[in-house]
Design a protein around this ligand. Structure first.
Ligand SMILES: [Zn+2]
Ligand SMILES: [Zn+2]
Ligand SMILES: [Zn+2]
Length: 701
């Protein structure tokens, strides 16, 4: 979204152009030489020594490489270095085909002195061409002294090289940047042993290995039985008494060991050699390979989501994470909140070398500017890696607002809908200042808002009401806030303090039980202990970014959800939790949509629509026609409009753009066919009912 994405885009550019590569093998800086630098390096490092220039051809590859030797011999090359040893290139030469080899072709032998500079350059160019941008320089008289030089970034100790980075190499959406293990998701499904073996007192026959289910006649069970008799236990043995080695084999398979299994068939027993795949491997295989949603969902029950072990949740490939600027890789910067990021960029020039400074100057300026805009709208706690899906409506608006402040346009009318949502009181001032700044450069800013401070800061207030739905719709009052609050309206009453919501006199003390969470340390939490007394209303408060969501939605809720539903979401780190026995259900009420399709609506979601359909079915006219409640459903055939299949809209897929929904022409968006719409309850059709607001419906019924 807007500015945040732009900052990340600039960061990617910065790392691609000014990042320094380090070897993931040694942690040492990777080096890269231009041709001129190579010449200088050779003349300096091997000064006045006799040297051999070679082109690397084979690197750590098995084979006899006969054709290769022949090919170079025919081209007139005379000498070669095989596995570190210089030798003549003979006819019909070959090496051990089952061993790994390094092979370089000798291009030239000469003395490294200024007088032979031209010859060095010429030979170097040939070597680089043959050796694909690499050249090996060997001291002729001390062959154990050699150096590999590369035009690409290379680890001079281990020879690994990285491609020249592009900004894409730092994007987890690009195949050049995404961690190949998790495909850039940052998380992977792993087997959850607690789900596979939920209760060790159960036997296998009684479902002790959950994916197997209860004992029955299946190929897998006959394999398990055979394995059991080999390891001297039986499928009625409680899991905890099964020898560890046998259990290990049950779960992870017999790998290389071949099992001799007596498998019982109806016709008798047959002995055959078999390899047992292991229950865990089986579940994983089904999870990844199945084409069936049903099987996938089944397998998913035994999986758990974890940070990707390869990229550690950073979503980027290993190489990309080894590009650093002032000792930080891009993923580390990504985890900074905007405040920390601004701190880090402060005075960055002094920590860069000359070349980096040249490249980074403009980019850093752009980044700093954008960080400023975001800080202006109170988003200092935001981290760049925050997924846009997890942003609240208020946060997304504030990010867009920052983008607009940055654009410095004037003569524009901006319309905002409750930008203060989710914003803590403390940051409200910043938001107000940002809105005023937008106004001051010559724009009109219209804000729909309930927040008192923002209302009072407006130049002009418009109050619509007095009630909601049918009871609203009037302009109750308008004017500048000073005059506005003197009016005799409820809004003015609350704004001026004449009216207020009284605090309750009595507070409940709870039922004496509590949940004790200890040592929570996710994100910014400082290993906190906290008690949640049960049976009361608990408020969790603090400025934006203080750790409220980390504590409650990312630590506490996943713990409870795992306890109650064995849910897959992973709680952030904590030491212990006590009191779970007092909880038998937990429900998270969040802001996620109640359904993404045109088919879900509040009436169906809360079950109210069932009653409405029952009601329509007992209307005399409906009874005469034999209409059942199903007739009034837009989800099944019968009463709905078949052109749009009851959706009321038709969905037009736009390839990579979001789908577009257009009104159905047949039913005009009413979702039902003509006959169904003829049935009316107190003058309203089933479609009219769906159109009602909650308060209209409440009055109507
Ligand atoms: Zn990964
Ligand atoms: Zn509202
Ligand atoms: Zn229709």
């Amino acid at each position: 979204t807007g500015t945040v994405t732009e900052i990340y885009d600039f960061l990617r550019l910065l790392f691609a152009r000014a990042g320094e590569a380090y070897s993931y093998n040694t942690g040492k800086k990777m080096v890269r030489y231009s041709e001129e630098e190579m010449v200088e390096h050779i003349l300096g490092h091997f000064k006045n020594k006799r040297i051999v220039l070679l082109a690397p051809i084979v690197k750590g590859r098995k084979g006899h490489h006969r054709e290769l030797f022949e090919q170079f011999r025919k081209q007139g090359y005379l000498r070669v270095r095989v596995d570190g040893e210089l030798m003549e290139l003979k006819e019909k030469m070959q090496v051990d085909r089952y061993k790994i080899h390094d092979i370089e072709i000798v291009i030239d032998r000469l003395t490294a002195e200024a007088a032979s500079k031209l010859r060095i350059i010429e030979s170097l160019q040939i070597a680089l061409k043959l050796g694909k941008d690499q050249v090996l320089v060997v001291n002729h008289d001390k062959p154990d002294q050699f150096q590999l030089l590369s035009k690409q970034l290379m680890c001079s100790d281990t020879g690994i090289s990285y491609d020249e980075p592009s900004p894409n190499a730092f994007s987890f959406n690009s195949p050049y940047g995404a961690c190949p293990h998790c495909k850039g998701l940052g998380t992977v499904f792993q087997i959850d042993l607690d789900a596979v073996v939920p209760d060790k007192t159960l036997s296998i026959a009684d479902g002790g290995i959950a994916p197997l289910g209860l004992a029955r006649d299946t190929h897998t069970f006959s394999q398990v039985k055979a394995l059991a008799s080999k390891y001297k236990f039986d499928i009625h043995t409680p899991i905890q008494q099964i020898p560890a080695r046998a259990m290990n084999m049950l779960l992870y398979g017999s790998e290389t060991e071949r099992l001799e299994l007596d498998v019982e068939f109806e016709e008798g027993t047959q002995v055959y050699q078999s390899q047992f795949e292991g229950i865990v491997n089986m579940v994983i295989r089904w999870f990844h390979d199945t084409g069936s949603d049903y099987v996938k969902q089944w397998a998913e029950k035994f999986m758990i989501i974890r940070d990707c072990p390869v990229c550690d949740g950073s979503r980027l490939r290993k190489e990309s994470l080894w590009f650093k600027i002032d000792q930080k890789n891009i993923s580390e910067l990504n985890r900074f909140n905007l405040n920390e990021l601004q701190q880090w960029f402060k005075g960055i020039e002094k920590r860069l070398n000359k070349k980096q400074q040249m490249i980074a100057g403009e980019i850093v300026k752009e980044i700093n500017e954008r960080i400023d805009f975001l800080l202006q709208v109170g988003l200092d706690y935001l981290t760049l890696n925050r997924s846009s899906r997890s942003l609240s409506g208020g946060e997304s608006q504030r990010i867009r607002l920052a983008t607009q402040i940055g654009s410095k346009l004037k003569g524009i009318t901006y319309i905002l809908d409750e930008p203060s949502i989710g914003l803590h009181q403390r940051d409200n001032e910043k938001l107000i200042r940002a809105l005023q700044e937008l106004r001051d450069v010559g724009n009109t800013v219209i804000v729909v808002e309930h927040d008192k401070d923002i209302m009072l800061q407006a130049d002009h207030l418009i109050d619509i009401g007095p009630g909601a739905g049918r009871h609203g719709g009037h302009i109750v009052s308008e004017g500048n806030p000073k005059k506005f609050i003197k009016q005799k309206t409820p809004t003015a009453g609350y704004l001026s303090g004449r009216l207020r919501i009284e605090l309750p006199e009595k507070r409940r003390s709870g039922n004496g039980q509590a949940l004790m969470l200890k040592g929570a340390s996710g994100n910014n939490l400082k290993i906190v202990d906290v008690a949640f007394p049960l049976g009361i209303l608990i408020g969790v408060t603090g400025v934006s970014g203080s750790g409220k969501s980390t504590l409650i939605t990312e630590t506490f809720y996943p713990i409870l959800a795992y306890h109650v539903y064995h849910s897959k979401s992973q709680a952030l780190p904590y030491k212990s939790i006590k009191g779970l026995e007092h909880i038998d259900k937990v429900i998270e009420i969040d802001q996620s949509p109640i359904g993404r399709t045109p088919r879900s609506n509040p009436a169906t979601y809360c079950g109210f629509f069932n009653d409405v359909r029952q009601l329509f079915a007992i209307i005399p006219e409906a009874k005469i026609r034999g209409y059942k409640p199903g007739r009034f459903s837009f989800n099944v055939k019968g009463g709905r409009c078949e052109t749009c299949e009851g959706a009321g809209v038709k969905t037009i897929e736009m390839n990579f753009l979001p789908d577009v929904h257009v009104h159905c022409e047949r039913c005009n968006g009413k979702r039902f066919n003509r006959e169904t719409l003829e049935i009316k309850y107190r003058g309203k059709s089933i479609s009219d009912v769906l159109e009602m607001t909650v308060s209209e419906a409440s009055e109507f019924f």
